[in-house]
Write a protein of this length. Structure first.
Length: 147
């Protein structure tokens, strides 16, 4: 029996959140948190709406997931995010001890890997899931902004 709940399946859901952010004029990053193949939270960047530089999709997802499960540690959770987390989000993910992070597009300029950020040593990381599509959406957003 085939498991339809793959990383690609959930990344498509995160991508839908990124598209919502795009439509709202936010940098198009979407995120969701999954436990036992169930989505417990879905969100996207809210930095413009909230006038808050910390309102990244990952930060929103961490807070919402912690509230949902009633605890600050997300060891049994998987975060799906369309863009590689920044250093700030990586720090929050480190402290939450999230079990797994799956990201779409690499961020070669501001991603946690190039900025020196770290995730918890037990966190499993998978990058590049729908990387092309996720990256193209971000590029299109900034292309439109530069017109």
């Amino acid at each position: 029996m085939e498991n339809i709940f793959s990383d690609e399946y959930f990344m498509k859901k995160a991508y839908q959140e990124a598209q919502i952010a795009f439509e709202k004029g936010e940098v198009p990053v979407g995120a969701l948190v999954v436990v036992d193949n169930k989505i417990i939270t879905r969100t996207h960047n809210l930095t413009e709406l909230l006038t808050d530089v910390t309102a990244h999709a990952e930060m929103q997802a961490i807070t919402s997931a912690a509230n949902f499960i009633g605890g600050k540690y997300l060891t049994g959770c998987t975060l799906y995010v369309t863009l590689e987390p920044c250093q700030m989000c990586a720090g929050a993910l480190y402290w939450s001890q999230v079990g797994k992070v799956v990201y779409g597009a690499a961020d070669e300029h501001r991603g946690y890997r190039v900025m020196g950020g770290k995730l918890h040593p037990k966190t499993i990381v998978v990058g590049g899931v729908m990387g092309q599509e996720c990256g193209d959406l971000v590029k299109e957003f900034f292309r439109q902004r530069r017109k």
